[in-house]
Structures are given as structure tokens and as C-alpha cells.
Design a protein. Structure first.
Length: 131
């Protein structure tokens, strides 16, 4: 009985340690659009290259690139049960943690919901926004 109880208590930890979907990792995701208070900004026309981007590495390395002096590096983890990404930036007193809900994930599109309920739409480097 004690073993069964221990196993049941460990299940959420095992679910949180699962690997993220392959379509998420090892590619750049370029910012494309936002949805705030139910209003969407139109997708940027043309190729996504040149937009700010984020990168989820297979080794859980994370980069948020917003320009040469605004780049943030960190580590990410995937919670399969909640379909959320946790990103840790910095260390010590400057440590920062962000948790994003994954609303949509396909081979070309990633939608993240921020804690303030704003949604960020990202496209991978192989996708194209129609004009």
C-alpha cells in the first residue's frame, strides 16, 4: 500500500519531466502576431526572418533574441500535464522565472499565453506569412 501511495505521489513529477514535442525544439521561432484583450495584431507580411525570435534547444537551453543588446539566455522545461513551458533566466538575486501556457503547437505555428493573458504567436523559420 505504501508503494502504491508513493507511486501515485510521484506521477505528477514524472509527467513534468517528459520531453517536449519534437516540433518545439531545435529551431528558431519568430514573433509574428499578438492577441491582447481579444484584439489581434495582423501577422507581419512576408518572410519571418528579421523578426525577433526565441529558440528552444534540445538540451533545454533557451534564447530570447530581441536585438544584440537585449538577448536573454536561460533554461526551459516542459510540463506535459499542463502543456506549459517554464523558462528560468539568470541566477541568484537576478533570477527570473516565466511560465507560459502552450495554446497551439504545430510544425509551423506556436502560440504562447503569458501570465497577463496576452497571446504571442510565433512561426518557425520555414514558414511564410502571406501578404
Amino acid at each position: 500500500m505504501k508503494r502504491l501511495l508513493s507511486l501515485l505521489l510521484c506521477l505528477p513529477l514524472l509527467a513534468a519531466a517528459q520531453d517536449a514535442p519534437d516540433s518545439l525544439t531545435d529551431q528558431k521561432w519568430y514573433r509574428s502576431y499578438e492577441v491582447r484583450n481579444g484584439k489581434a495584431t495582423p501577422p507581419r507580411p512576408g518572410a519571418v526572418h528579421g523578426n525577433n525570435w526565441i529558440y528552444f534547444g534540445k538540451t533545454h537551453f533557451f534564447v530570447d533574441f530581441r536585438g544584440p543588446k537585449k538577448e536573454k539566455n536561460g533554461r526551459w522545461s516542459w510540463n506535459a500535464a499542463e502543456r506549459s513551458l517554464t523558462i528560468d533566466f539568470g541566477r541568484g538575486k537576478k533570477a527570473e522565472r516565466a511560465v507560459y501556457k502552450v495554446r497551439l503547437l504545430t510544425a509551423q505555428l506556436l502560440e504562447l499565453e503569458l501570465p497577463d493573458k496576452k497571446i504571442i504567436g510565433l512561426r518557425n523559420g520555414h514558414s511564410f506569412n502571406p501578404r
